[in-house]
Design a protein around this ligand. Structure first.
Ligand SMILES: Cc1cc2nc3c(=O)[nH]c(=O)nc-3n(C[C@H](O)[C@H](O)[C@H](O)COP(=O)(O)OP(=O)(O)OC[C@H]3O[C@@H](n4cnc5c(N)ncnc54)[C@H](O)[C@@H]3O)c2cc1C
Length: 459
């Protein structure tokens, strides 16, 4: 049992940047970080493609948990924008949010990111080209660290913090209790007390976060779920966009239902990967900065947002059921050629092997129309044809669609402008708060709360 000034729960970008900023501003504070997953060096997914071919549902998922959080093996795209990635600006103001994202970028540069490229949509001709084709290109600057440099930055920040902050790995917090002057944090059959507590448990901690809010009577709002597919095609097809912008966030409003479909997480010359959230296998993607690790394909997600309110509120439950259905039919992720989808037939191993696009993820050939609701699938097909106008070849028969891709959003925790709950000194940041959905916003929220705490401790 210990007594701390600040306990941070979760060592994802939110938790790491909160710890980093507290150390810079108030080095005398006694700070602990409790993390359910492993230290960075010990994070290893057992899937090796030979002995272990698919997810074996480890106690804590090495991809989602541990130092670096869900972003540790990500593509390391830090988007500097209020247009997407979360609604932090609604709490702290637009200018402040962007300044904090830039501050995070500077730290990433200092700890190993120097030399990586910053892309921007400012002044690009593609804005007009998109508009002419019923598409909208969102504004952003994008720092692409790449999976490899992102890892180096995390290693270096850990080295910087390890002697100044107490890290406990494989330490899953079970419960929080309000005590006089602070909080009691229970985990691994023991407890610690702290004056201030920062909860930064990300998406993998969403169910636990719900329990905490229920126990401590913190109001919440249901959030949306994004459902769709990951598209994989030859890198040349999108190279004119990716060379200039790296990631283009493009939105399309469907003619049939007037739903919005958007591109998400674009990975030029990247790979498609499995993702495991609470035992459900979905699809994601990333890419490396190192040319030797790059592939001949580009991948990105096409997603449709769904938000349920009455009488059914469980948007995430809806997304989970659809992902489970794909897992039931395909034993994991399903892959289908666009041409097969349009012809109303499943893909087979032979058709995939005969295709001009070589898949970078081994997935079960199948039929996504048996998994995704018609409204969502129709929207995705419409958008593929719309994208084909600005990137001819997108609607080729051999374009691969992996399903399902689901973006679960945490329910939104009621917070004030300090990102503090109704309980004084209990802060919720990052994706676990439902306020952020990205590396840059989660990190910025950590810096913001650390500064709030530093200021209060000086007052
Ligand atoms: C494969 C992949 C690629 C991605 N690529 C990008 C990208 O390129 N750009 C981008 O902006 N975003 C990307 N994202 C999203 C991004 O990773 C998240 O938005 C970001 O990591 C959120 O940070 P966080 O600190 O809020 O939460 P997380 O990173 O999820 O960290 C939360 C941490 O809390 C720990 N935890 C949970 N519950 C407990 C508990 N009870 N006790 C102790 N510890 C607990 C977890 O183990 C985890 O390590 C990607 C996500 C994935 C999965």
């Amino acid at each position: 049992m210990g007594k701390y000034d600040v306990v941070i729960i979760g060592a994802g970008p939110g938790g790491i940047f909160a710890a980093y900023e507290l150390v810079q501003r108030e080095p005398q504070l006694k700070i602990a970080v409790f993390e359910a997953g492993n230290a960075l060096v010990k994070r290893k997914c057992p899937i090796d493609g030979k002995k272990v071919k698919s997810c074996i549902s480890c106690k804590t998922c090495a991809i989602m948990s541990g130092f670096g959080g869900a972003g540790a093996f990500s593509d390391g795209k830090y988007n500097i924008t209020n247009d997407f990635g979360g609604t932090l600006y609604e709490y702290i103001g637009k200018e402040n949010a962007v300044d904090l994202m830039k501050y995070v970028d500077n730290i990433n540069m200092k700890y190993g990111g120097e030399g990586t490229k910053m892309y921007s949509t400012a002044g690009t001709k593609f804005k007009k080209v998109c508009m002419q084709n019923k598409l909208k290109l969102l504004d952003a600057s994008v720092r692409h660290l790449g999976t490899d440099i992102n890892y180096v930055v995390l290693e270096n920040i850990y080295e910087e913090l390890r002697d100044k902050v107490e890290f406990r790995f494989n330490y899953c917090v079970d419960r929080l209790e309000i005590i006089e002057g602070g909080y009691r944090v229970f985990g691994n059959e023991q407890y610690d007390d702290c004056s201030k507590c920062i909860v930064s448990v990300g998406r993998s901690g969403s169910k636990w976060m719900e329990e905490v809010c229920r126990d401590l009577k913190i109001p919440t709002k249901s959030n949306r779920v994004d459902l769709g597919v990951r598209v994989e095609l030859p890198a040349e097809i999108f190279s004119h966009l990716t060379n200039e912008l790296y990631e283009s966030k493009i939105v399309y409003r469907t003619e049939k239902f007037e739903d919005r479909v958007r591109t998400f997480c674009m990975n030029p010359n990247g790979i498609v990967v499995n993702e495991n959230t609470n035992g459900i296998v979905t699809v994601n993607g990333h890419s490396y900065e190192d040319p030797e690790k790059q592939t001949e394909n580009t991948n990105f997600a096409l997603l449709v947002a769904k938000h349920f309110s009455e009488p059914f509120k469980d948007s995430n439950g809806y997304g989970e059921s659809i992902a489970r259905l794909s897992n039931m039919l395909g034993g994991g992720v399903i892959v289908q050629r666009f041409g097969d989808l349009i012809r109303g037939r499943r893909s087979t191993q032979d058709r995939i092997e005969d295709s001009f696009v070589r898949p970078t993820l081994s997935a079960a050939p199948g039929d996504l129309s048996l998994v995704l609701p018609k409204r969502i699938l129709d929207g995705i097909i419409e958008m593929i044809y719309a994208l084909d106008k600005i990137a001819p070849g997108t609607a080729n028969d051999d374009t691969l669609l992996y399903g399902v891709e689901v973006k679960f959003y945490n329910m939104e925790v009621e917070l004030n402008e300090h990102l503090e709950t109704l309980h004084k000194g209990l802060y919720v940041i990052g994706d676990g708060s439902g306020v952020t959905h990205s590396l840059s916003h989660a990190s910025a929220s950590g810096v913001y709360v650390a500064r709030e705490i530093a200021e209060a401790s000086r007052a």
